[in-house]
Design a protein around this ligand. Structure first.
Ligand code: PHE
Length: 337
């Protein structure tokens, strides 16, 4: 067998250059310097070589050995530094901040509004989102032929009401059934605030959503008057929207209150809508028929009730133009509050 020393040196250089990892470099070392490697094979061949050949071949094998050892050591060094550099911590790179969640703007608004009433002595209550037709309509003096009972205005479930034959359960379309539940289980005097989600089959657009939030208020005692209602809501508006808020009670109709009103306010905290009259709630004196369906004795109590629209108030207060932004979970929106 003849050995081309120069070609082996060229191959060695190529192999070293191609070794891109320490494992690959070890394979190269074994190929040239291992027990069964090329250098050992050349030494083994020396015994059968002639004297001249023995001399040049021996020198060639020694040269390859020295060269391989040097090149491998050098390559190893650079591979090690490379991998260390990859693992090292670069303290100049800006850190990755941990994203801390915040309360949703609707939750914040509900809490802020409820706190104002809680400070005035109202007790927080909660009612279920699935209601009976009785609590959502009948007990609130809403007649059977009232348009709000229509399936275009209320989500009915395909679940029959176990307590009323032929009637179906529904998703409450306002928080007023909370009033009914409170009165069924409590005797006056009582003052409650009932926040919650309500549902209506409205087509989704900038100002309508099939789900939104209301806050219901109810106060019942022996001599509650319309003056109490005006005083209470005026002091709420001053606390929540600022002492300079202008407000007006505009006559309205609700089957479950008599007389009824809607409250409009003008406030300079309403971004872009300053100076305009904007409706924020419905209210009135509890209708005697509502007391009757709660089982309260006739003529004994009077009460006031109101219902606030949470999305509307949050939109006015923060200059939000589209109700859909509340449910889109866009971080750029959520982070602002
Ligand atoms: N439930 C009424 C609505 O959804 C609001 C309201 C509540 C009005 C209580 C009067 C009293 O529009």
């Amino acid at each position: 067998m003849s050995w081309d020393i120069e070609k082996i040196k060229t191959d060695l250089n190529g192999d070293i250059g191609g070794a891109s990892s320490l494992d690959m470099l070890e394979a190269v070392r074994l190929k040239y310097l291992g027990k069964k490697g090329l250098v050992q094979s050349i030494y083994a061949a020396l015994s059968s070589a002639g004297p001249e050949e023995k001399k040049s071949l021996g020198k060639g094998a020694n040269d390859i050995k020295t060269l391989a050892e040097a090149l491998i050591a050098e390559r190893k060094k650079s591979l090690v530094t490379q991998s260390q550099r990859r693992d090292a911590i670069d303290v100049s790179i800006p850190g990755v901040g941990r994203v801390v969640g915040t309360q949703h703007l609707i939750t914040q608004t509900v809490e802020e509004i409820c706190q104002v009433f809680e400070r005035m002595g109202f007790v927080l209550q909660q009612g279920p989102e699935i209601e009976t037709e009785f609590n959502n309509f009948s007990a609130l003096n809403i007649p059977l032929d009232h348009p709000s009972r229509d399936s275009f205005d209320t989500f009915y479930l395909d679940q029959p009401d176990p307590e009323a034959a032929g009637r179906y359960l529904l998703l409450r379309s306002h928080t007023s059934p909370g009033q009914v539940r409170v009165m069924q289980h409590n005797k006056p005097p009582l003052a409650v605030i009932i926040p919650g989600k309500v549902y209506r089959p409205d087509a989704l657009d900038a100002s309508h959503s099939f789900m939104f939030h209301q806050i219901e208020g109810l106060l019942v005692d022996k001599h509650v008057t319309f003056a109490d209602l005006k005083g209470l809501l005026t002091s709420f508006c001053r606390k929540y929207f600022g002492p300079d808020v202008k407000m007006r009670f505009r006559p309205h109709f609700f089957p479950f209150t008599e007389p009824s009103a809607e409250v409009d306010i003008q406030s300079n905290i309403f971004k872009g809508r300053e100076g305009k009259w904007l409706e924020i709630l419905g209210c009135g004196m509890v209708h005697p028929k509502v007391f009757a369906s709660a089982g309260y004795p006739e003529g004994e109590y009077t009460g006031l009730a109101f219902g606030l629209g949470v999305e509307r108030i949050a939109m006015l207060k923060h200059g939000i133009g589209d109700i859909r932004t509340f449910v889109e979970n866009d971080m750029r929106f959520l982070k602002q509050f």
